[in-house]
Design a binder for this molecule. Structure first.
Ligand code: HEC
Ligand code: HEC
Length: 338
């Protein structure tokens, strides 16, 4: 796709420039980042890893992956217009559905569902579409597909769920349905969700995660994790934590999801290049920082942890480096714009 390629190229060029600055400043390990990120992003399939514990990573999967239809086959009729609107909302959520996006959010749906929701192992929309209705332990009832879409607005986008039947949900559902053209109805379809990264050999570690972050992530997501805004036609690098990121109720807050997403997809264009250990460590570092409060907050961090976050994969309500996590960011970063 044209737009994607130019984003990928710009990402490469930006990284090249940023890498040069870092290299000039410290002559350090950023040189490897520089050389590697010249590859175009998103075309990359996960590459083999040297980690012995990686047998469950996407590279080892043998089932053929479903191929969604290509953009030029999008219907040109009235239905096609709604499909296209769904794609626009998915890739530029702030521009086309701002009333449901968190005030400060720097994210689009496609920040975590890469290549416009097409990329396998990045929770692609075509696999999601054929997997609902489904029971979810998160809210303890059978969710329809539109209800599943609502959840990502409320938590991942730190915004507000569009009401059922809202044109925004109709457009997103139409886009997902079209992407799934010809796919079997099967919640076990290959490429669904994010891959499961095996438990690392060493316990997850904040300090090692910080090193991975500084070496492989900060160049795009910023040294403070706040991302870099979309300016002068350059792509948006979304925030990994803080007021502009997903909130404490989001799925990416689980270390399992975060390590899987990161291992398969990050650094952008170099999915599969981190070891399992590095993926877990950097996910731990990322999720050890404050972000907007969980909208289900019960008035106390301990009660909210007990009710919604009681899992070893979840750092909400735990103490890291003397800081109790789950305090949230300032209240004006919470909730949708309008
Ligand atoms: C911060 C990252 C993030 C953002 C932004 C995000 N999502 Fe998600 N999304 C996730 C995670 C994590 C999951 C859970 C994946 C899993 O459980 O396998 C998920 C799951 C989903 C699913 C279900 C996938 C499945 O196979 O069951 C759908 C559909 C979905 N998101 C749509 C959206 C839409 C629409 C938006 C924008 C309004 C959006 N997401 C924004 C991270 C994100
Ligand atoms: C070359 C630039 C680049 C590098 C390096 C990079 N990312 Fe990203 N990352 C992106 C972009 C761009 C997106 C959004 C994807 C899109 O819009 O297509 C993203 C999305 C994400 C997201 C989901 C959205 C969010 O903000 O929560 C996470 C999590 C993430 N990256 C983590 C990492 C981690 C951890 C590293 C280091 C191991 C890393 N990234 C390295 C460019 C980069």
């Amino acid at each position: 796709m044209k737009t994607r390629t130019s984003v990928a190229l710009t990402v490469g060029i930006l990284t090249l420039a940023a890498g040069l600055i870092v290299v000039a400043a410290q002559g350090g390990p950023a040189a490897t980042v520089l050389a590697k990120t010249e590859k175009p992003a998103l075309s990359a399939k996960p590459t083999p890893t040297t980690s012995p514990a990686s047998s469950a990573t996407p590279t080892a999967k043998t089932a053929p992956l479903f191929q969604p239809p290509s953009e030029q086959d999008m219907p040109k009729d009235e239905f096609g217009k709604t499909v296209k609107m769904g794609q626009d909302i998915f890739e530029h959520t702030e521009r086309y559905a701002s009333q449901y996006v968190g005030k400060n959010s720097s994210l689009n749906c496609s920040s975590c569902h890469l290549d416009g929701g097409r990329l396998a192992h990045s929770a692609p929309l075509w696999a999601a579409y054929v997997s609902y209705p489904a029971y979810r332990s998160k809210n303890k009832h059978v969710n329809t597909f539109p209800e599943r879409l609502q959840g990502c607005f409320k938590y991942s986008m730190n915004g507000k769920a569009p009401p059922l039947g809202d044109p925004v949900l109709v457009a997103l559902e139409s886009y997902a349905y079209w992407l799934a053209s010809g796919a079997p109805i099967d919640p076990k379809i290959a490429g669904r969700g994010y891959p499961k990264v095996p438990s690392p050999p060493l316990p997850r570690d904040y300090a090692r995660g910080q090193q991975v972050f500084e070496q492989h992530c900060a160049v795009c997501h910023g040294a403070d994790g706040a991302g870099q805004p979309d300016a002068n036609g350059q792509p948006n690098f979304p925030a990994l934590w803080g007021a502009k990121s997903f909130n404490w109720g989001a799925g990416m807050g689980s270390l399992k999801n975060a390590s899987g997403f990161i291992k398969a997809n990050m650094p952008l264009g170099l999915g599969g290049s981190l070891s399992d250990q590095q993926a877990w460590d950097v996910a731990t570092f990322m999720n050890s920082h404050e972000r907007p409060q969980d909208p289900r907050f019960k008035g106390s961090i301990a009660d909210t942890r007990a009710k919604y976050h009681d899992s070893p994969d979840d750092l909400y309500g735990t103490t890291v480096n003397g800081q109790l996590l789950g305090q949230g960011t300032p209240p004006d970063s919470q909730g949708a714009k309008k």
